[in-house]
Design a protein around this ligand. Structure first.
Ligand code: AMP
Length: 617
């Protein structure tokens, strides 16, 4: 049955039933079918991927001369190794540099663009290949989610959406392929622009496509305010997007109200002619009543429940709140008065993988159902015993989608239509149950990502490099060392920032380190640390301005000893204790460290950022 379904496109037409639109009825049937026939669907997907790409250099090499038409799982699993991005980077680089031979994908399905991922390798964005029809699969998943929402929120299709969406600048690889983020590509695709969503969204496409973040936000906010009574859901791609939108309102409500009162945009906030024209279709005439209302609500300085006060018909927030975005849940609860938060999809630049079928559930309980039509999925069981025994991780340990067990954790490995074979995405997922036969997974963590404010992924090695860089350049010459450090993300203010707690010591063991290095040196340390972080971090600091300056908080000598005492009092064994390099999720430890802070430092100088030669964004 599933084989009869179109691979990626619209599910077949179903008769209208029980008040559902025919699209929704088709989508529900599609979800039920692919999640029931998991194994058959996975077999079909792998067969299709291998028939497309079996002739590509990579698979030919793995299979010692090629698959010779053998697209079976057994052969694939026996011959193709499990890889990381770093293993594939030389192949991807050749594609980016202009080699048009079939390298990762077959000649009928060439790589058409390179996605610049927020994941990094060696401090630079990863380059992920994409093929033309992948957008159809992504679009299908979005439309399935729209159906799921329609089922949970009656009348949703009658109201408007206020989604703050943005694109970022795009460039070309040395070989001339477009290089951009997956979202930029998606929002510019005809699948998205011709879908019902942009028509329902209060944000005009011209505003979404405007590269100037301020102008884009201003236009999207004006339009959302003008249509406030019709708005039934408010969202952004990720939770931080709605936090930033409310912050924007806090900073700009006076000008926004004046423009609404005047019935036109002032000449300076938005200068892009296409955006001005698009807004003029919505802000058509003076509305002093609305301006008065917004001034009244915003001038109180009370931002609790501001979302339902301004958008009284909003039923939920449409935002991903899982993974690193969970840190924004308390702020969003405060702004929204506890509206449900619907996380839609679990995906990546490499592909979209999971769909949330229970969108209004508690944000901490979100599970995504792995969709067997999206890619061929395998999983590396994360069995702590095995890892401690030092058993090497090999492809032989991989289990298939149909073999996952509830309650266990796995690392995701994908084989995609875009030319990635047995590729480790780097995400750890826990199986929470099954929808029909398809596993539902909770996002546990991304590799060892420690810090993330706006989707960037700073791992332990990157943080260590940054601390080490500052210490060696600026502290060592003074005979001072960083005795211990840890970190956390602080999202109390918008935008959020990194806090690095450092305990300093004088190398010869005598004297007060804080007296040896003055505030000026520590400010320069902040800059050096930022210079040492990834290009994604620096772009968000410098260009997007979505991360505020990193702060160093100097704690008094002995603080990390107190941290150790605390851990031991909680049952940690002294021989196993390791200083946690991130304490974002440990309120008692944050309190302990905060109480030991002697001084804090940041710099007003921005770190260097220049577009990477491989990709201009
Ligand atoms: P990127 O390739 O830049 O789009 O980043 C993809 C990564 O973001 C994934 O591998 C996950 O680590 C994370 N991610 C994407 N979607 C979700 C989600 N729904 N929940 C939690 N983390 C997510």
């Amino acid at each position: 049955m599933v084989e009869a379904l179109s691979t990626i496109g619209a599910p077949p037409t179903a008769p209208r039933s029980s008040g559902l639109s025919s699209t929704d009825a088709d989508n529900i049937r599609f979800i039920e079918e692919v999640t029931t026939n998991v194994d058959t669907e996975q077999e079909r997907v792998l067969e299709e991927i291998l028939s497309r790409h079996g002739e590509a250099e990579y698979l030919v090499k793995c299979c010692g001369g090629g698959l010779a038409g053998d697209t079976s799982r057994a052969t694939f699993r026996a011959k193709v190794p499990m890889v990381t991005y770093e293993d594939l980077e030389p192949y991807i680089r050749r594609i980016a540099d202009g080699d048009r031979s079939p390298i990762l994908t077959g000649s009928g399905h060439p790589v058409t663009e390179i996605f610049t991922s927020s994941g990094t390798s060696g401090g630079e964005r990863k380059m992920i290949p994409n093929v033309e029809d992948e957008v159809d699969r992504r679009y299908l998943l979005e439309s399935l989610f729209a159906t799921v929402l329609n089922q949970h929120v009656p009348g949703l299709d009658k109201g408007k959406a206020l989604y703050f969406l943005y694109v970022s600048s795009e460039g070309k690889t040395p070989g001339g392929l477009p290089s951009r983020t997956v979202m930029t590509s998606y929002y510019k695709s005809h699948q998205f622009t011709n879908s019902p969503f942009p028509r329902n969204n209060t944000s005009p496409m011209a505003a979404i496509l405007c590269l100037d973040t301020f102008q884009s936000s201003y236009a999207q906010m004006v339009c959302g305010l003008c249509q406030r009574e019709h708005v039934m859901h408010i969202g952004a791609a990720f939770a931080v997007g709605v936090v930033r939108a409310i912050h924007f309102l806090q900073q700009n409500w006076e000008q926004l109200s004046s423009d609404i009162e005047a019935g036109k945009l002032n000449p300076t906030s938005v200068t892009d002619p296409s955006v001005r024209e698009a807004v003029a279709h919505i802000l058509q005439r003076p509305d002093p009543e609305l301006a008065k209302f917004i001034r009244y609500e915003c001038s109180k300085g009370d931002w609790a429940g501001i979302i339902p006060r301004i958008w009284p018909n909003a039923k939920f927030l449409g935002i991903i709140v899982t993974g690193s975005m969970a840190q924004y849940i308390p702020t969003l609860n405060y702004y929204s008065g506890g509206l449900p938060m619907a996380s839609d999809i679990y995906g990546a630049s490499e592909g979209d993988f999971g769909l949330n079928l229970d969108p209004l559930c508690d944000p901490l309980e979100v599970s995504y159902t792995m969709m067997p039509n999206m890619a061929y999925f395998e999983f590396l069981p994360l069995d702590p015993d095995r890892q401690e025994d030092g058993v090497e991780i090999t492809a032989a340990q991989l289990v298939e989608l149909g073999q996952l067990e509830a309650g266990h954790e796995y690392e995701l490995v994908v084989t995609t239509y875009t030319g990635l074979n047995r590729y480790r995405v780097g995400d750890v997922l826990r199986v929470t149950g099954f929808h029909n036969a398809a596993p539902m997974v909770r996002f546990v963590r991304r590799g060892n990502v420690l810090l993330s404010v706006d989707g960037e992924k700073t791992d332990e090695a990157e943080l260590h490099r940054a601390v080490e860089r500052a210490a060696s350049l600026l502290l060592r010459p003074h005979g001072v060392a960083v005795a211990e450090y840890t970190s956390r993300v602080c999202t109390k203010d918008v935008p959020g920032h990194y806090v690095i707690y450092c305990e300093l010591e004088v190398n010869n063991g005598s004297g007060n380190a804080a007296a040896v290095v003055d505030g000026d040196v520590l400010e320069r340390c902040c800059l050096e640390m930022e210079e040492g972080l990834s290009s994604v971090y620096r772009q968000k600091r410098v260009v997007d301005k979505s991360i505020a300056p990193l702060e160093i908080w100097i704690v008094r000598p002995g603080t990390f000893g107190e941290l150790l005492d605390y851990a031991i009092s909680r049952g940690t064994s002294l021989s196993q204790y390791k200083v946690p390099r991130c304490i974002s999720e440990s309120p008692p430890i944050i309190d302990l460290l905060d109480s030991c802070v002697m001084s804090n430092h940041f710099t007003s100088t921005l770190p260097m950022w220049a577009p990477d030669q491989r990709s201009n964004n």
